[in-house]
Design a protein around this ligand. Structure first.
Ligand SMILES: Cc1cc2nc3c(=O)[nH]c(=O)nc-3n(C[C@H](O)[C@H](O)[C@H](O)COP(=O)(O)OP(=O)(O)OC[C@H]3O[C@@H](n4cnc5c(N)ncnc54)[C@H](O)[C@@H]3O)c2cc1C
Length: 411
């Protein structure tokens, strides 16, 4: 595949973090050709992590999440189509058909359509709040403003965003009740030990965390909602937030001929169709071959830092042909239960966990994940320095034994 030149026209579908960072990176890397950004939201690109933290807790206005301004868009010479969705991709002609009846034809297309909040088949599904977009959080805060201090708010799902939402609701003086289906929160992400430690943080944060909750339905009534459980019990609340994960926005690519497997499958250079190399996929929607110290696996990672890394990598590859030689080490953080959780790597719930620093009683700790005796992840609660000092453990194969001897996390 040729390097990009001034005669090219790059179309970026999805005006979120990955799409915008890609636009910025292309220009930074010297690309002078045409650039079009298509997004189905009406807003210029904005950042999502503050939505469930600063914005929901009332500390920030939604505008403060902006990543781009009109001035920046015009200085980077980007043509935008906002509030229109891409409906179809013709890979052979690199043409994107939009839902307003028009088409945009280019020479390369970057797929950065991210994910959307997953729904559940509940009777009141259309009246439940989700937390994915800026419009979602505005709708939710408008409704929260009508509640009285101490009112209960049900959050279905105790994952990262559910726990963050509950934390923000508590900060607003409400009474969040998390209903988690699993035995412990994040059990299928961080495994039994870490999920037990996290579960213990909820009471001090004034969050009622109920686990093993099997919900059969949620019905709307004049005062709000009634949650029905398998046990026959019910729970009444004026407001319910549904936070049960995300699904990749891939349906519009069904006829494209690209390989789709829970996301758009790309190679290590983030290229989706190796035959002509003109289609790339980045960010939450990309299902990519990830090389780590424990091998190569196909993963889709919904992390802010991964979207940034993907954007920089694909822009560099298309403008210079340079392939990244270093391992990408996924990084994630989450502010929940009044604490900051940070994680490096992409561990599995079945990995071994070793607490290496701090104490559970102080709610400050660092732990290593390992698989077959090789360190493949680091997780820290309110110990950002220890986490970053431990990063080299993931840059090359490090056994758990030698990690414990090196102890890079300090005291
Ligand atoms: C509330 C919240 C809090 C988060 N907090 C953290 C955190 O603390 N730490 C962390 O690491 N990560 C966090 N994340 C995850 C992080 O924000 C995502 O990884 C990141 O936004 C991914 O960027 P993206 O551009 O791939 O996808 P998105 O940000 O989802 O952007 C994709 C864009 O494409 C648009 N789109 C979809 N389909 C189409 C179409 N057919 N045509 C045109 N446009 C389309 C979407 O509407 C969206 O605007 C959080 C996410 C959310 C929602």
């Amino acid at each position: 595949m040729d390097l990009l030149s001034g005669d090219d026209h790059v179309i970026v579908v999805g005006a979120g973090l990955a799409g915008w960072r890609f636009v910025e990176a292309l220009r930074r890397d010297g690309y002078e050709g045409a650039l079009t950004l298509i997004g189905n939201e009406v807003h210029l690109p904005y950042d999502r992590p503050p939505l469930s933290k600063q914005v929901l807790s009332g500390k920030w206005e939604p505008d403060q999440t902006a990543l781009a301004t009109d001035e920046l868009v015009s200085s980077l010479e980007v043509t935008t189509h906002l509030g229109v969705a891409a409906q179809q991709l013709d890979v052979a002609t690199t043409t994107v058909r939009l839902d307003n009846g028009t088409s945009v034809a280019g020479t390369r297309v970057v797929l950065a359509t991210g994910t959307r909040a997953r729904q559940l088949p509940l009777s009141a599904a259309s009246s439940l709040h989700t937390l994915r977009s800026r419009d979602d959080v505005v709708r939710l805060t408008n409704r929260l403003n009508t509640l009285a201090e101490g009112d209960p708010v049900v959050v279905i799902g105790g994952g990262f965003i559910g726990a963050e939402a509950a934390t923000a609701l508590a900060a607003r003086g409400l009474r969040p009740i998390i209903l988690e289906a699993a035995e412990r929160p994040l059990l299928n992400v961080v495994g039994p030990s870490v999920s037990t430690w996290l579960e213990g943080l909820a009471p001090a944060a004034r969050i009622e965390l109920r686990t093993s909750q099997q919900i059969t339905d949620v019905l709307a009534n004049d005062n709000g909602f009634v949650v029905h459980f398998e046990s026959g019990d019910t729970l009444v609340a004026p407001l319910v937030v549904l936070s049960v994960g995300a699904s990749a926005n891939i349906e519009w690519l069904a006829t494209s001929g690209l390989t789709i497997d829970n996301g758009v499958v790309v190679n290590t250079d983030l290229v989706a169709n190796e035959s002509n190399g003109a289609i790339g996929a980045i960010g939450d929607v990309a299902c990519f071959e990830w090389q780590s110290v424990v091998g190569t696996e196909l993963v889709r990672i919904e992390h802010w830092q991964t979207a940034n890394d993907h954007a920089a990598h694909l822009a560099k590859f298309w403008t210079t042909g340079e392939q990244s030689t270093s391992l990408m080490i996924p990084y994630f953080w989450s502010d929940q239960y009044g604490k900051k959780i940070q994680m490096l790597g992409h561990p599995r719930p079945s990995d071994d966990v070793t607490l290496v620093n701090g104490s559970l009683d102080d709610a400050k700790w660092t732990a290593l994940f390992s698989r077959d005796g090789v360190v493949n992840g680091v997780i820290a609660l309110s110990q950002p320095r220890a986490l970053m000092l431990s990063r080299p453990l993931l840059e090359h194969v490090t056994t758990l034994k030698s990690a414990l001897e090196l102890a890079p996390w300090g005291n």
